[in-house]
Design a protein around this ligand. Structure first.
Ligand code: 8OZ
Length: 370
């Protein structure tokens, strides 16, 4: 098949929502919320507005509760100040003609006592410490030992998701993405390397998927099904979350989500931010098992995005690092123009540098002339 870039810029209908193109801004942790309140601010609004030509923006991961936080200065959506801060962001994106979903996040065991309410232990399906790092006042540090959740605790967290979903509606988002990927709480329940529970949340596939589906169902009480998606990373070992048989658990989960007519699944294909072929997994079959839209992610290039859409292996393609470095990524891909290089050292924390100062093509051309 001849490669034809026009498919990248064709509109897509996600339920009743018309997306202007097939290019999604992936959720990206940037650690630049307001210190003290973890509320989004004007700088964050500017950053998202700059990227509003994406067909859909997924917000950075946003904690549903203080307990759900695992890194410093990530935004929340559980307080009034946070909901007001997000309203500034959504208004900026709407004014620029964009669409934005919020990614709802509970980190589970990927946290540190210094970030937890009252210095408590982080929570997890089982009391097993994650071999991973988190980010606190003194820099990167080992995740703390967690405590295992009780059944009552789990019900409380599901209620926190629902309240966060209500707050997100008031804050003007177009929809919700549930963060079910990358070794955070939902993924910790799904994967048998982490979940060692012996109650009805552990062992069998149905039991390990229960928490993900309870969270989904709570959010579907607040939002129309076409406005809700979930991000999954079936084979990613990120944050020390692995499963002995990813196809079994993830096909079951996706069939259950399909039966609920969820709007989309957003799949990290391979190791998060790393090799796409780390473990054999039939992502095309996963897509076929799901009735809604499929957003593909992980190390996509322009060519791979075109090929994947042309071969009908995805509906939408999410770009992470390329959207950090290129506010006008859509225009650059349209013109097949050179891309700015992402600066890793300014990904997490800081101010406008490496955040809102990446030039557009037009800005770069003007700077070149002067
Ligand atoms: C990088 C640093 C901190 C958090 C994810 C939310 O991987 C994250 C994250 C990524 O989903």
């Amino acid at each position: 098949m001849t490669r034809d870039a026009s498919i990248l810029f064709s509109p897509f209908r996600l339920g009743d929502l018309q997306l202007n193109n097939r290019l999604v801004m992936a959720p990206l942790t940037r650690n630049r919320a307001t210190k003290g309140t973890d509320a989004p601010n004007e700088l964050n609004a500017r950053y998202y507005r700059q990227r509003a030509t994406a067909g859909l923006i997924i917000s950075e991961a946003t904690q549903i509760s203080k307990q759900g936080q695992g890194y410093l200065w990530t935004p929340g959506i559980y307080s009034e100040a946070q909901a007001e801060g997000w309203t500034k962001v959504t208004e900026a994106v709407h004014q620029a003609g964009g669409k934005i979903f919020i990614q709802l996040w509970h980190v589970g065991r990927v946290s540190h006592v210094s970030l937890q309410p009252g210095g408590a232990k982080p929570v997890a399906p089982s009391a097993i410490t994650a071999k991973t790092k988190t980010f606190i006042e003194t820099g990167f540090t080992d995740a703390s030992e967690p405590r295992a959740l009780s059944v009552e605790d789990i019900a409380g967290i599901v209620a926190d998701y629902k309240r966060a979903a209500e707050n997100a509606k008031r804050a003007g988002f177009h929809g919700i993405e549930i963060h079910g990927a990358n070794g955070y709480l939902i993924d910790q329940f799904l994967k048998d390397g982490v979940n060692k529970r012996t109650d009805h949340y552990g062992q069998s596939i149905e039991n390990r998927a229960r928490f993900a589906l309870e969270v989904t169902d709570a959010i579907l009480q607040v939002w129309d099904r076409s406005r809700v998606g979930i991000r999954l990373s079936p084979v990613s070992p990120f944050n020390d979350a692995v499963d002995s048989n990813p196809e079994a658990i993830f096909f079951y989960l996706v069939e259950q989500l399909s039966a609920r007519n969820l709007g989309y699944i957003h799949v990290v294909e391979g190791a998060t931010g790393g090799p796409r072929d780390i473990v054999p997994f039939d992502f095309t079959a996963l897509r076929k098992a799901f009735a809604g839209a499929y957003i593909a992610n992980n190390e996509y290039t322009r060519d791979l995005a075109i090929d994947t859409l042309q071969q009908n292996r995805a509906d939408l393609i999410a770009f992470g690092k390329l959207f950090i470095a290129n506010p006008d990524l859509v225009e650059r891909l349209r013109r097949n123009a050179p891309l700015n290089t992402p600066k890793q050292e300014s990904f997490y924390g800081g101010g406008s540098e490496g955040y809102t100062d990446y030039p557009t093509l037009d800005e770069a051309a003007q700077a070149g002339q002067s």
